[in-house]
Design a protein around this ligand. Structure first.
Ligand code: HEC
Length: 251
């Protein structure tokens, strides 16, 4: 079997001129190298984009958990006594309320317009927190598998594909049941503000809802595609330069 490329190098007359043969060989090597490099980089950049989205959503979730903690440790002791008095309920004492309120301020900034944070429950006290069909699916997953600590995945929305991370909300303290078991145990202020028909009947150790953060991913993947395109372009420019230099050396 003969190898045409090598033949071109070794045999002079009657064959393709060496320079033309070299040009074809180099172009083929370059084209193949660029293809392989772009395919590998696509994987690598894709992985980096995914990591970035994961980092953003974990940070977002951690920040919301910190707001909740601040509310229960620092704000609740001050505000809770007000809820024992006459008048309406002060929701500032509720971690779920403060986390969602802080998030609403964040969302008002253009950079976070497409983010979302929810504390959805199947039977919520505040009807704003009523789980929609997607959230109900997530909560049901947690209820059917109590060992599941987080659930992450993709969700398609009218704003494009989003990455979500969810954590179950489980009733681990008897103190929660003062306001979420039966209306007669709840403060009068709560009944005045929210009524007595929703957000009750929760049980100890029951998973009643889920915290769900949603992070947009379109912009991250678009940036990844731009980087890939720029890198491929740089390869092409470098290889063209090598080709031109080789050509002038041969001259
Ligand atoms: C003093 C009463 C009170 C106590 C105690 C209390 N909650 Fe609530 N909880 C509320 C009220 C009122 C709301 C609705 C707040 C709002 O308007 O966003 C609420 C909202 C929530 C929500 C959001 C879903 C919904 O029902 O609207 C979750 C989740 C929740 N509470 C969990 C807990 C857990 C867990 C505990 C115990 C650690 C607890 N709550 C203790 C009164 C209470």
């Amino acid at each position: 079997m003969k190898f045409p490329v090598l033949k071109g190098w070794m045999v002079g007359s009657g064959q393709r001129p060496l320079r033309k043969q070299l040009a074809i060989t180099l172009s083929a090597i370059f084209a193949l190298s660029i293809l392989v490099a772009v395919l590998l980089l696509n994987q690598l950049f894709g992985l980096q984009a995914r990591n970035l989205i994961d980092q953003r959503s974990s940070f977002f979730m951690d920040a919301m958990l910190a707001v909740r903690e601040y509310t229960s440790k620092d704000v609740n002791p001050i505000v809770a006594p007000l809820n024992e008095g006459p008048g309406g309920f002060r929701p500032e004492s509720v971690p779920s309320y403060s986390a969602q309120t802080v998030f609403a301020y964040l969302k008002a900034k253009p950079d976070y317009r497409d983010y979302s944070y929810r504390e959805a429950a199947l039977n919520p006290t505040n009807l704003r927190d009523k789980a929609d069909s997607f959230e109900t699916g997530v909560i049901e997953r947690f209820r059917s598998d109590p060992s599941l600590a987080t659930l992450a995945g993709e969700k398609s929305t009218p704003l494009g594909s989003m990455h979500f991370v969810a954590r179950p909300i489980k009733i681990t303290k008897e103190s929660c049941l003062v306001c979420h078991s039966t209306p007669d145990r709840a403060p009068a202020s709560q009944l005045l503000t929210y009524g007595d028909s929703t957000g009750f009947g929760w049980k100890l150790n029951e998973i009643v809802g889920a915290q769900i953060v949603t992070v947009p991913q379109k912009a991250v993947f678009e940036a990844k595609d731009r980087s890939l395109f720029t890198t491929a372009l740089l390869f092409v420019i470098a290889f063209v330069a090598v080709g031109l230099i080789t050509n002038s050396v041969l001259n």
